[in-house]
Design a protein around this ligand. Structure first.
Ligand code: NAP
Length: 289
């Protein structure tokens, strides 16, 4: 019998709904989709998701997978409430129930209240889920579980959802910080560049249109090329003079945050430079404002 047969999703925010769509697209039925607040339920319903509120759904009694798609800070409390509900104890299918969370920065600690009732695990999609209808397919995901057999089942599930599983061993917050660098900060880089363009008389919309193709081509290089060959620009060319002029152009109180960002990113890029120019660059970048 393929697992899972009957899924309950708790949480109808962006990830809860996107996950539900991914499950259903893979032919896995969602028996119940619950969320705590009526406001979130209404928002999800307006986007076409049938979501319930109130007490936990009875479908938990026969579910073989429960997905806790709630904010990181709500996981421990929800696990405690779920354990206390008694719904995971009665009338279980032969295989039992598995409970997952989907948080990037959390290990399995928040699910500890459930660990005597069910195998526990996590599946964190490395996808920027900006809306309830964001497709997860094609992304990678970190998988962790209370035992190896459960981890293997979650990996199989991931593959059915067209997610590429990876196992992370180590500090989850560090893993998630790395994911955020790539998933969240291109937008920060874009926002900083737009601010500077606006000062030069280019409005925000025109700036975004002008910088967009540049960001996309740089992203493509970062994804498709290895090591130093992924970079372009004065840092990686070892052009100390241009970098010096950039730093002095950014040396203004209203650009202090952008200058710090430029310096920090340049330090990371400078590792791709060979020879004495690297030392010159590193010395320049280490200078205080
Ligand atoms: N968005 C992403 O890009 C992304 C990607 C990968 C993983 N994740 C993970 O997915 C999880 C959910 O994130 P999201 O982006 O879907 O956030 P979201 O859109 O803000 O939704 C948050 C959900 O958490 C629920 N919630 C908050 N506090 C709760 C509580 N005390 N008790 C019960 N439910 C509570 C909310 O339900 P009510 O509003 O009904 O209370 C809502 O369903 C997080 O662990 C996040 O790390 C997100």
């Amino acid at each position: 019998v393929s697992w899972p047969c009957s899924v309950v999703v708790l949480g109808a925010g962006r990830l809860g709904c996107a996950l539900r769509l991914a499950l259903e697209a893979a032919g896995i039925s969602v028996a119940a989709h619950w969320t705590r607040s009526t406001a979130t339920a209404e928002a999800a319903r307006s986007e076409g998701f049938d979501v319930v509120t109130g007490g936990f759904p009875e479908a938990l009694r026969t579910a073989d997978l429960v997905c806790l798609a709630v904010s990181d800070g709500a996981l421990a409390g929800l696990s405690t409430a779920l354990a206390a509900s008694g719904l995971l104890e009665s009338g279980r299918p032969a295989q039992g129930v598995t409970v997952l969370h989907h948080a990037g920065a959390a290990d399995l600690g928040p699910l500890a209240p459930l660990s005597s009732l069910a195998p526990i695990g996590s599946l964190h999609p490395l996808v920027s889920v900006a809306s309830r209808r964001t497709a997860l397919a094609g992304g990678a995901c970190a998988v962790e579980a209370s035992d190896d057999a459960t981890a293997q089942r979650i990996e199989e599930l991931a593959r059915r959802l067209s997610l590429h599983p990876l196992r992370w061993r180590g500090d989850r917050a560090r893993y998630h910080a790395a994911a955020c660098l790539v998933g969240n900060f291109p937008q920060a880089l874009m926002a900083a560049a737009i601010r500077i363009f606006e000062e030069g008389g280019v409005d925000a919309r025109a700036a975004r249109e002008a910088l967009g193709p540049l960001l996309l081509s740089a992203s493509r290089n970062a994804v498709e090329r290895e090591g130093g060959s992924a970079f372009s620009g004065p840092v990686v060319r070892g052009d100390v003079e241009v970098v010096r002029r950039h730093l002095s152009a950014l040396d203004a109180p209203e650009l202090a945050d952008v200058e710090a960002l430029y310096r920090a990113a340049s330090k990371v890029a400078a590792v791709a430079v060979d020879g004495p120019r690297r030392e010159l660059l590193e010395a320049l970048l280490a200078e205080g404002r």
